[in-house]
Design a binder for this molecule. Structure first.
Ligand SMILES: *Cc1c(COP(=O)(O)O)cnc(C)c1O
Length: 391
């Protein structure tokens, strides 16, 4: 198989998978085919467009029900959700927080907002998320316990306060062995489930395994509120604290404005929550459409040498938020040729994120060796994934 042919073979494969779709095909676009117009119109008709209104509470209850999380607190976006999750997990200035280098920048930014330092962990090729075995080996080398019972990085002297695995493109990380490592080393688990609403690990919804979990409803995610996010937790005290902290830490009173700590205006407006309620109703249908799409892709890409379609591991049911093809041999050159040819053919494709350890603000952060991250950075290409492509 001649490498020069691969870009055009990928174009053909995508055209074969998406025969009824004409014009430019985007990577991921939202669809509003349910009650979106009704619910948003109701907000406009009644004037309840901002941070008070029935849809905020409604959306929280429906999210809790859908995910099986006892509590869900909706917020302004996924990044603010992560920020508050980390604060409530006890992350403090000058702590270290373990996280994959292969993620969207928000994960590392949220750690930085706490004054803490991201510490990069390699990922598994099976999940594209944190590799529990590599993590365990690494911690054997660098972890040390102090009298306070906490675990420290013996190379930097900083406390390791938490770990934030991220469920890449909606594919769950292998949580059982990861949780076992966390328990053994006494490291708090906070999930970046921004991409994984609708994804399950061994039948349980992602974002509900850690002490807290963060979800995003940005416009490019599987369901959207325009912009928005949610904090998931099973701990009532943390849930109350999350609501308090994200609503300016105001004490309830008929007319007094009294705030008992530095709070945040991370509220989700009622307008956005209305959209969220309607989108959540449609999520089961979108998940089916996404599964139809990935099955089509799987059948077609099977016969294309040089790349493989990324599929969920056996322990997971993925939402297949973004489909990805992976080059057999990592090559930035070939990757970029493919991106050039396929985008020019009107099919939007893009590479995975530049790993965090290569960004200027995080390049000096502590890190283990990242061979899999570096391989994937040069071999992953996302292909059109909208649920509407199969409806
Ligand atoms: C989208 C995303 C976020 C942040 O969500 P926003 O709502 O855009 O702030 C965080 N982490 C990951 C991995 C994401 O993909």
């Amino acid at each position: 198989m001649n490498e020069l042919q691969l870009p055009s073979r990928i174009v053909e494969a995508l055209q074969q998978a998406l025969p009824d779709n004409q014009g430019f095909i985007s990577l991921h676009e939202p669809t509003f085919r349910g009650n979106e117009w009704n619910y948003v119109k109701e907000c406009l008709d009644t004037g309840w467009v901002s941070s008070a209104g029935k849809y905020v509470e409604d959306f929280e209850l429906k999210l809790a029900e859908y995910t099986g999380s006892p509590y869900a607190i909706v917020v302004s976006n996924g990044t603010s959700a992560l920020h508050v999750c980390l604060m409530l997990a006890g992350v403090q200035a000058n702590d270290e927080v373990l996280m994959p280098s292969l993620t969207f920048v928000a994960t590392a930014n949220a750690v930085s907002y706490c004054g803490a330092v991201p510490h990069f962990i390699d990922v598994s090729p099976v999940t594209m998320g944190v590799d529990p075995i590599a993590l365990d080996h690494y911690l054997q080398d660098i972890a040390v316990y102090k009298d306070d019972g906490a675990v420290y990085n013996k190379q930097t002297g900083r406390r390791i306060a938490a770990i934030v695995p991220m469920h890449t493109f909606g594919h769950p990380v292998d949580l059982d062995p990861l949780m076992e490592v966390c328990e053994r080393y006494r490291i708090t688990l906070v999930e970046d489930a921004a991409e994984s609403i609708g994804s399950y690990y061994k039948g349980k919804h992602t974002g509900t395994f850690g002490k807290l979990g963060a979800v995003s409803f940005n416009g490019n995610k599987i369901i959207t509120t325009g912009g928005g996010g949610a904090i998931l937790t099973s701990d009532e005290t943390l849930a109350k604290a999350a609501k308090h902290l994200t609503t300016t830490a105001k004490l309830p009173h008929r007319w007094e404005f009294h705030h008992d700590q530095i709070g945040y205006n991370y509220r989700m407006p009622n307008l956005n929550a209305a959209l969220g309620c309607a989108q959540l109703e449609r999520l089961p249908i979108m998940l089916e459409q996404k599964r139809t799409l990935v099955n089509k892709y799987a059948a077609i890409f099977e016969s294309i040498l040089g790349v493989s379609l990324f599929m969920e591991p056996s322990f997971a049911s993925s939402n297949y938020w973004l489909n990805a093809i992976v080059l057999d041999e990592p090559s930035f050159e070939l990757r970029d040729q493919i991106l050039e040819v396929v985008n020019n053919a009107g099919l939007m494709t893009r590479p995975i994120w530049t790993p965090m350890h290569e960004l200027p603000m995080f390049k000096d952060c502590p890190s283990m060796q990242l061979p899999v991250t570096n391989r994937l950075a040069a071999s992953v290409i996302n292909i059109p994934s909208s649920a509407s492509l199969c409806s």
